[in-house]
Structure formats: C-alpha cells, structure tokens
Design a protein around this ligand. Sequence first.
Ligand SMILES: *Cc1c(COP(=O)(O)O)cnc(C)c1O
Length: 354
Amino acid sequence: MSFIDNWLRADIKAINAYHVPPAGNMIKLDAMESPFALPDELVDQYLAYLAESELNRYPNPSADALNQTLRELMNIPDEFGVLLGNGSDELIQLLALACETGDTILSVEPSFVMYDMIAKFTRLNYQGVALTKDYQLDLSAMLDAITAHNPKLVFIAYPNNPTGNTFDRKAIETIIQSTEAMVVLDEAYYAYAGDSFIADIAKYPNLVVLRTVSKIGFAGLRLGLLVGNAQTVAELDKLRLPYNINTLTQVSANFLLQQKTMISDNASVIIEQRQQLFNELNAVAGLTVYPSQANFILFKAPQAQALFDYLKANGVLIKNLSSAPKLTDCLRVTVGDATQNQLFMSVVNQFYAV
Ligand SMILES: *Cc1c(COP(=O)(O)O)cnc(C)c1O
C-alpha cells in the first residue's frame, strides 16, 4: 500500500476526480465558455489598466471597486449584500462550510455535479431528488424529501445544468416558503434566461442567489458572487479566506465588466444562435432536443457515444453525458459562434447520413 493510500480519508479515495478532458486544437463546445475573445480595440486599454496593479501588495481585501462594478452590471440593489468567490464553486464550498456536522445538502438530479462533490469534500450528507421524465421539478417529491431529510441547504440551478431549462417559478417559491433550509438559486446562466430570483431576496430571508462571470465571457477570471440579505452575507463572509480574489482578477474584471454593451450584445448573439442550433438539431430525424434558457443545448441521440466520438474525430469536442444516470444517450453542446455551430451541425448531419 502506498503512503497516500494509507494516509488519505477513505471517502476521498473513493471519489472520481472531476475530469476535464484535454481539448487540444478541437473546437471547444464542451464547457459553456463564450466563443468571444476580447476585441482588438480594447486590448491596449486593458493592458494599460492592468499595468497599474501593484503585485507586490496583497489584493484589496474586500474588492470594493469590483463589487460596485458587478452591482452595476447585474443591477443588484444596494440593500443586498454581495460576497465574491474564486468562481461560484468556491461559494458553494463556503456555504457547505457554514453547515454543522451531519447536515444535509439537497438538490435535484440531474443537476450540477459540484453540489454532490462539495458535500462529500465537506463531509455533509447529500440527497438528490429526481426530476420528472421531461426534466421538470417534481414538487411533491421535493416537499416530501425536504420533510424526510430536513436539509440545511437546497441547491436549485436556474436554468439547470445539464438540462438547460428553468423550472416552474411557483414551484420554487413553494419550496422556499416550505423549508427552513437556505435555498440557493444558482443563476450561472442568468444572461441567457428570461427570469431571475434576485428581486425575491427582499421577500425571502432564506433565499440567496449565485452568479458567475464564467458563462458570460470570462471563465478564465474565476469570479463568482453570492447575493443575499446583507446580514446573511456579513455572517458568511467570516468563512471567506482572506484575499480570495486575486489582484489580477480584481483589476481585469473591474475593467472588462464595465463593457456592458459588449457583454449584452454577445449574450444576444448566443441567444439567437441557440434558437438556430435548436431548430437545426430538431430537424435531424431521431434526435430529441430539449428547450434551453442557457448557452448550451441538451439532446438525446441514437448512438450517442458513436456520435460523440465522430464529432471528436472531426475536431469538435462536446460533452458526453450518455452514461450518466437519467441522461441515457444524452449529449450537451455549448452554443458557439455561427461558424462553430455550422461546423458542429455539418458533422452531426454527416454522421446520420452515412
Ligand atoms: C458552470 C457552473 C457553475 C460554476 O461556475 P464557476 O463560477 O466557474 O465556478 C456553477 N453553477 C452551475 C449550475 C454551472 O453550470
């Protein structure tokens, strides 16, 4: 037995690591990244801004300027608190760290895998409640599970990943009102959705909302935020490691996120492309395409594994979910720019034409 086998927590040894496949030179449509790079005309200005940062100093501990920029970009009312994280993943972990030993995290399935993984890392119980056959929230199953397991945290991704849909708003409000758990609405895809729970924070003391800049063009910055009641945020802030948002992220984000028009124009292009991609996938005989409020589309495909491999062999990387529970034969494609989507579609059509 090796040293680490002997030394490590048995439950960590048993976890399958979060696997990020290498993309090489492939067209990357697997991770919900934006296809849009920084426009040339902004590069010099951005570099000049970056050159001002003092890397011999610790970062601004509360990232004040960035906090304000984010509030303006996302129209977050002054009376709500905002907590910044090194990606929203860090904020999910911070919420888990606020729980007591033996507490339970509840979410739906299929959903974002980090809720379950972070529950394991932090030695909390995890309870998944199955969505209905067409990936809607099963309200009565949720309410039963809440009664049975008395969770401390309930995570609902809105829109949901990997299914792409938003759940019924009334059902979510019923859940918020029927539990003493903190309900976390994860709005990673807010820019592509028609609805948000930010305003509802004023109504529900047990509601917090997570957002991230990862899916709106800045995945490389690692920056997420938790929006909630000011007192809730002040307490949770005690668990944040000092200087968790590094200076380069603070300075970069503070410049880049002021480009509100660029960001919303890019989101509009993706929403348009999503509609086109949806129509084109729908036109392929045999595919079941799920409606999406996010920057990706889930679809069920005959010979899913073979299609995935064929796309890869032709230089297009998407996400293969075909062996995941409740996602038999499903693949997930990120909406790219027009050229990328056309190439993806031509390979899909080629595959089924053979
Ligand atoms: C991508 C994603 C995240 C992760 O966001 P980061 O800010 O990059 O850590 C969180 N929640 C959901 C539902 C996601 O799909």
